[in-house]
Design a protein around this ligand. Structure first.
Ligand SMILES: [Zn+2]
Length: 253
């Protein structure tokens, strides 16, 4: 039995029949769907990589949500997610998907904004993962005692309670060159760790000097501090904000 255009067809009991399109026609239909989808300005972009681990997404659910099956399981999607209403689930999927797209674009401000929203909905693990993957610079205040650093030569007037500002950055010889050129004193803890990261310790009162170095080495990049995520200022931004304060030298002056 063949249809009007020559393709084979199946007759159903109720008299309706289904024309089997040939594989080329099927491909054409799919392509037309995809083209229409992409041409629509309201269409959301498809995520290609998991927002939490960066692996390629392979199934429809993952592409829709922007997170892979392993990470969904790992970051509480089984239980926390099941407790949500369908409407809430849709909202979370939308946020995570948008975060994935922002990550692909390297849009730090957008990544931070979306990660905060994901966290607010109770998915702290995923939010942390998103930030950790795309925000490579971290600072942390710790007391000398907490870090087990024995002060020498009156280095720390307050002794063991003196605060140290620890900073981790990606491996960057420029960071150290700028630090030296700016005459900012710091102690390298690790020049290069197994994760390819620099780890330095600055005196906490040299926080502005640390920012002076970061603004030149990593302008506009995301940073995680004890107070939460932040964006490293550009040189112009540093000069406009920090440079306006008394006693702070502007960069390049
Ligand atoms: Zn993943």
């Amino acid at each position: 039995m063949t249809g009007p255009t020559g393709q084979p067809r199946t007759a159903y009991a109720d008299g309706a029949f289904w024309v089997y399109p040939n594989p080329t026609t099927i491909r054409q239909y799919v392509m037309e769907d995809v083209m229409t989808h992409l041409a629509d300005p309201n269409t959301r972009r498809l995520a290609t990589a998991c927002c939490a681990c960066g692996r390629a997404l392979r199934d429809a659910v993952s592409v829709e949500t922007g997170i892979g099956p392993v990470c969904r399981k790992k970051h509480g999607f089984g239980t926390a997610y099941a407790a949500l209403t369908p409407r809430q689930r849709k909202a979370v999927n939308k946020l995570i998907h948008a975060a994935g797209v922002a990550c692909e674009d390297g849009d730090v401000a957008e990544i931070l904004k979306l990660a905060a929203k994901v966290e607010k909905r109770g998915f702290t693990g995923v939010a942390d993962k998103i930030r950790a993957r795309y925000i490579k610079i971290r600072t942390k205040r710790a007391s000398v005692a907490e870090y087990g650093w024995t002060p020498s030569r009156g280095e720390f007037p307050l002794g063991n309670t003196h605060l140290v500002l620890q900073v981790w950055t990606p491996y960057s010889p420029e960071f150290n060159a700028i630090r030296k050129a700016e005459r900012v004193r710091a102690r390298p803890v690790r020049q290069k760790t197994e994760h390819g990261k620099f780890h330095w310790e600055f005196k906490v009162e040299h926080g502005v000097d640390l920012m002076r170095v970061l603004a030149q080495a990593f302008p506009g990049q995301g940073m995680l501090t004890d107070k939460g995520p932040a964006t490293i200022p550009t040189v112009a931004e540093f000069n406009a904000t920090y440079g306006a304060k008394t006693g702070v030298r502007k960069i390049g002056s």
